[in-house]
Design a protein around this ligand. Structure first.
Ligand code: SF4
Length: 389
C-alpha cells in the first residue's frame, strides 16, 4: 500500500519525467534527501496540471498564455556589474543601496494583481529578476501568498538577509538562482570586489538549509573558455547546486535602435557558439546538474520562446514586453489586464511571424531581425518600455 508521500513522489517523478527525463534524474535524489518538501510538491504537481488545462482553455478563447511569466520586480540593484543587460534594457534605473523607486516601480498590490491574473489564465512559474529581487522588501510575501506556484528567483546573492534565509526554509516553492561569471577572479572583475565570495557563501548556506539552488551564467567571450572545462560545473555541483542556466551574452543595445548600433565584443563568435553547444550537450549526458542553455535549447524547441510562446516579461513599470531584453511594449499592466496585453498585436504578430523567432546563429532572435522588429514595433504603435509609466 503506497503511503501518501510515496504516491506524491511517484506522481512528481512522472511529471518531472514528462517535462524532461534529465530533470527527474537530477531532482528525485535531491527530493529524497529533503523529504520535508514532499507535501508542497503534491500541491505544486496538482497546480501544474491545473495550469495546463487553464492554458488550453485560454487558447480556445484565442489568448496564448505562457507557462512562465518573467517579473522584473524592482529597478533597484546594489551592484554595478559591467555590461548589465538590465541597465541596457531599462529595467534597472539607479543602482544605489537605498534606492526608492516608488515613483517608477509598481507597488505590492499591483504585483499581486498581476500574479492573480496570471494564475487565473494558467501561468505556473514566475521567474523573478530585476534589478536585484531581494532589494524588493516584500518578495517572500508574494512567494508565501502563492504557494502552489513555482518562483525561480534570479539574484546576485549579495542582498539576501538572514531573515530571508530563515523564511526560504519554509518556502519550497522558491528556487534561488545565483548569478556568477565563473571563477572568483572573473566574477569579481565583472561584478565587483568580493561579490564571488559573498555569492558562494549564500549558495553554500542555502544548500545546507535544504533550499534548492541554481546558478545563472552570462556566457560571453571573456568566460566561455572557463566553462569549456567541466571543473566549474563540478565545483558548483559539489556545493549543492542542482540547476545551471547558461545564457549566451546578448548584444546590449535597445531593440528600437535597429542595425545602426554595432554588436558588442562580448558576443560569442559562431565557432565559439558551436563548440560551446557541443560541450553543453556532453554535460547534459554526464553531469548531475540540470542545464538550461539559451538559446541552444530554444533552437531545439523551434526558436525563441518569447512573446507568450514560453514566457512574457513584466518590467518594473508594469510594461508587458516580449522578453527582458526586448524593451518594447504596447500595454502597461497598471492600466490594462494581462489578458489584454497577451492578446496585443505586438505579441500576436511576433508569434505569427515565426521567422522572427529564429535565432539564425545569433544569441537572440530579435537581434537577428533588428529592422523587421523596428518596423513591426512602429506598425503596432509600440513604445520603449518605461517611457510611458
Ligand atoms: S546584479 Fe544583475 S541587475 Fe544588478 S548590476 Fe549586476 S547584472 Fe545588473
Amino acid at each position: 500500500m503506497l503511503t501518501k508521500e510515496s504516491s506524491v513522489l511517484r506522481s512528481t517523478s512522472e511529471l518531472l519525467d514528462k517535462v524532461n527525463p534529465r530533470l527527474r534524474s537530477v531532482m528525485i535524489p535531491w527530493i529524497m534527501r529533503h523529504p520535508r518538501i514532499i507535501t508542497a510538491l503534491g500541491r505544486m504537481s496538482r497546480s501544474f496540471r491545473k495550469c495546463e488545462k487553464l492554458r488550453n482553455g485560454s487558447a480556445e478563447r484565442g489568448v496564448i498564455v505562457p507557462p512562465a511569466l518573467i517579473l522584473s520586480i524592482t529597478s533597484a540593484c546594489n551592484l554595478q556589474c559591467s555590461g548589465c543587460l538590465a541597465v541596457a534594457a531599462g529595467n534597472v534605473r539607479r543602482m544605489t543601496p537605498s534606492a526608492n523607486l516608488s515613483s517608477y516601480d509598481m507597488d505590492h498590490i499591483q504585483w499581486k494583481s498581476i500574479i492573480k491574473q496570471g494564475n487565473e489564465l494558467g501561468v505556473f512559474c514566475y521567474i523573478v529578476g530585476g534589478g536585484e529581487p531581494f532589494m524588493y522588501g516584500r518578495l517572500l510575501d508574494l512567494v508565501g501568498e502563492f504557494r502552489d506556484r513555482l518562483f525561480l528567483i534570479f539574484t546576485n546573492g549579495t542582498a539576501i538577509r538572514e531573515t530571508d534565509f530563515e523564511r526560504l526554509k519554509s518556502l519550497p516553492n522558491a528556487v534561488i538562482v545565483v548569478s556568477v561569471e565563473g571563477s572568483k577572479d572573473i566574477t569579481n572583475d565583472r561584478r565587483g570586489n568580493h561579490v564571488y565570495e559573498r555569492a558562494m557563501t549564500a549558495m553554500t548556506h542555502m544548500s545546507s538549509l535544504g533550499i534548492l539552488t541554481g546558478i545563472s551564467v552570462n556566457i560571453n567571450r571573456a568566460n566561455v573558455h572557463e566553462w569549456m572545462s567541466s571543473d566549474l560545473l563540478d565545483h558548483f555541483t559539489e556545493r549543492g547546486v542542482r540547476l545551471a542556466f547558461l545564457i549566451e551574452h546578448i548584444p546590449t543595445r535597445a531593440v528600437l535602435e535597429g542595425t545602426s548600433i554595432p554588436l558588442d565584443e562580448s558576443v560569442l563568435t559562431p565557432d565559439e557558439r558551436s563548440a560551446f553547444r557541443t560541450k553543453v550537450l556532453e554535460y547534459k549526458k554526464t553531469k548531475t546538474i540540470f542545464l538550461i542553455h539559451s538559446p541552444g535549447d530554444e533552437e531545439y524547441l523551434g526558436g525563441c520562446v518569447s512573446a507568450g510562446r514560453g514566457f512574457a516579461h513584466v518590467a518594473p513599470s508594469g510594461d508587458l514586453t516580449p522578453c527582458p531584453v526586448s524593451n518594447v511594449a504596447t500595454h502597461n499592466l497598471t492600466r490594462s489586464t494581462l489578458e489584454e496585453g497577451l492578446r496585443s498585436p505586438l505579441f500576436t504578430e511576433i508569434r505569427a511571424n515565426e521567422h522572427l523567432l529564429e535565432t539564425e546563429g545569433m544569441p537572440c532572435a530579435l537581434f537577428a531581425h533588428p529592422d523587421e522588429v523596428v518596423e513591426l514595433a512602429e506598425r503596432v504603435g509600440a513604445y520603449r518600455a518605461g517611457e510611458r509609466s
